[in-house]
Write a protein that binds this ligand. Structure first.
Ligand code: GAP
Length: 544
């Protein structure tokens, strides 16, 4: 539970702290930045690495295949994979990404800007019988003010005339408007400048080799999942595992998002942490429920508050063409209006769609059960590999195409959610005992970039020497930080902002009793421990 004095910070405070303390920087900043691309600074890289390591350890390398986890239909195996970013272009044709991985965009003939159709928001506003849909791309908390400002300008009214505007209904997205002649585009001065929505494929194109002809086109992967599907047989044949089993992969994905926004939430280059879990069709619904519940619990274990998380099952009409069932784990990001949540992870029951697509060719999404899509000559539109990707159960002899459950998480969205959740402002006494507002990042110790900071209380009397000895010893297997500059209170503040859960102070007593104090970032409690027991105590606290 958050303390009384702590508050969910506005996004600006989080963004500013991220830059000031080196969690996140805009990519290519000295050249004016590049929209949709972000760099992780010294603290950010450790946070994101810790998040990916926690996922890998908890989902894959730490999995015990001999023990049936609570809620799982049976025991199962987990293995890992690291496939390439650029793969055979046919993979994207069979998966459906080549034909169907697009968003709708609208262009503005006046401003020459391009927007994602479903991300333009606006409100119907009338003045003296003229009704206009005034749009904006402003963030949620500025949306209404911006709409009003633009409406006043359009109707040539002054701010004091705001009451002359009549609103018809709440704000909504542009995709609820059928015809654009009365629409005022987000950056336009005149009506009706937006084009009809058009498809825009989100895959980044590149060329392989020096010739660069049409046949040399390839794509940067828009998801890590396909690398797993096309290696299903390789993994099965090279590891002594049986269905049910999962293959985990962490890596970069690329999507040419039309309007990247909300800090790192929608980026053009990002990292995914995906599991493709292969199981028998008869037990697939049980596995779907297992993974859905397990993934939600994982976020809570690492510190996301249950009241900030939502498990949203997709309605039938919202399901992707391949999906038998999908649930999104969503988080109440502070840049969203109150009561709205943003997707952190999707857990999809993909049936046998993926393995069949890579065997037989691209499936026709309008058919049930799905059959291979044919071209005008009656041939497969996109030919599959022709490889047998079915599975034979050694015990029963049954041959079947496994069903797939896919928990697909974003490492950058996860890191952003943990940063938002961690940001707190509270009061702590300064060195004179006076209460002061402090900014503290309450990151789970497993995720914290620095696990402990080591300070000599003062820079004399042998304290720095002993502190440096302790630092060198701890640094062998913990991310620790040494600081002897400025007053100890200020050093604590800097570590609070970095999310460091423990500060170790060497004081006069340390020199005679071989003990140090450990200060807990969240409770501010100080406990004295023997130097010889310090490493074990820290490890116990971090993993606990
Ligand atoms: N293989 C399935 C798949 O890729 P998705 O819902 O498109 O499903 C999975 O993506 C996760 O990847 C999302 O829940 C999100 O966390 C992350 N993600 C997707 N697009 C992203 C983007 N443009 N920027 C940051 N993260 C993104």
């Amino acid at each position: 539970m958050k303390g009384l004095l702590s508050l969910m910070a506005s996004m600006e405070k989080i963004v500013s702290l991220c830059k000031r303390r080196g969690f996140l920087f805009q990519s290519s900043e000295i050249y004016g930045g590049l929209q949709g691309f972000w760099d992780y600074g010294p603290l950010g890289v450790e946070l994101k690495r810790n998040l990916k390591d926690a996922w890998w350890r908890d989902m894959c390398s730490g999995h015990n295949e001999m023990v049936q986890p609570a809620g799982a239909p049976s025991t199962f195996d987990m293995v890992g994979l690291d496939s390439t970013i650029i793969m055979h272009p046919q993979i994207w044709k069979c998966s459906g990404h080549y034909d169907m991985f697009h968003d709708y965009m609208v262009d503005c003939r006046e401003s020459k800007k391009r927007y994602r159709h479903d991300q333009v928001r606006g409100r119907w506003v009338s003045h003296q019988e003229v009704k206009v849909f005034v749009t904006t791309m402003a963030e949620a908390d500025e949306e209404q003010a911006e709409i009003q400002h633009r409406a006043l300008k359009y109707f040539k009214l002054r701010p004091k005339d705001a009451e002359a505007l009549v609103y018809d209904g709440p704000s909504t997205t542009l995709d609820t408007v059928d015809e654009f002649s009365q629409v005022l585009g987000p950056d336009a001065k005149t009506l009706g400048t937006l084009t009809e929505p058009r498809e825009f494929n989100l895959m980044f194109k590149t060329t392989i080799g020096a010739l660069g002809g049409e046949e040399d086109y390839a794509f940067l992967r828009p998801e890590t999942a396909q690398g797993i599907f096309v290696n299903f047989k390789n993994v099965l044949d090279s590891s002594r595992i049986n269905v049910p089993f999962g293959i985990a992969q962490v890596g970069k994905s690329f999507r040419n998002e039309i309007t990247p926004r909300n800090f790192t939430f929608r980026s053009r280059e990002f990292e995914q942490m995906e599991i493709e879990f292969f199981c028998h069709p008869n037990s697939s619904q049980d596995w779907y429920r297992y993974w859905r519940d397990r993934r939600l619990a994982w976020y809570q274990t690492l510190g996301l508050a249950p009241e900030s998380l939502l498990m949203r099952e997709h309605a039938a009409e919202e399901l992707a063409h391949y999906s038998v069932g999908t649930a999104d784990i969503e988080y109440a990001f502070p840049f969203l209006p109150k009561g709205e949540y943003g997707e952190l992870e999707g857990i999809a029951h993909r049936g046998d769609f993926d393995l069949r697509s890579h065997m037989e060719g691209k499936l026709d999404p309008s058919t049930r059960p799905m059959v291979v899509e044919l071209d005008e000559f009656g041939k497969p539109r996109h030919r599959g590999s022709g490889r047998d990707l079915t599975y034979r159960d050694d015990i029963t002899g049954e041959r079947f195409t496994p069903h797939v459950i896919e928990p697909s998480a974003g490492a950058d969205r996860g890191a952003l959610a943990f940063l938002c959740e961690a940001y707190h402002e509270d009061e702590a006494p300064d060195e004179n005992g006076k209460p002061q507002t402090r900014v503290v990042m309450k990151l789970h110790p497993r995720l914290a970039p620095i696990k402990a900071a080591v300070f000599p209380l003062v820079k004399k009397d042998g304290m720095p020497e002993l502190a440096q000895e302790i630092y060198a010893e701890l640094k062998r297997d913990l991310a620790v930080f040494y600081d002897e500059k400025s007053a100890v209170g200020r050093r604590y503040r800097r570590q609070d902002e970095a999310g460091t859960p423990y500060c170790i102070t060497v004081d006069t007593e340390s020199l005679t009793t071989q003990t140090v104090t450990i200060r807990d970032r969240d409770t501010l409690e100080q406990t004295r421990v023997k130097i010889g027991e310090l490493a074990a105590e820290l490890k116990r606290r971090i993993s606990g």
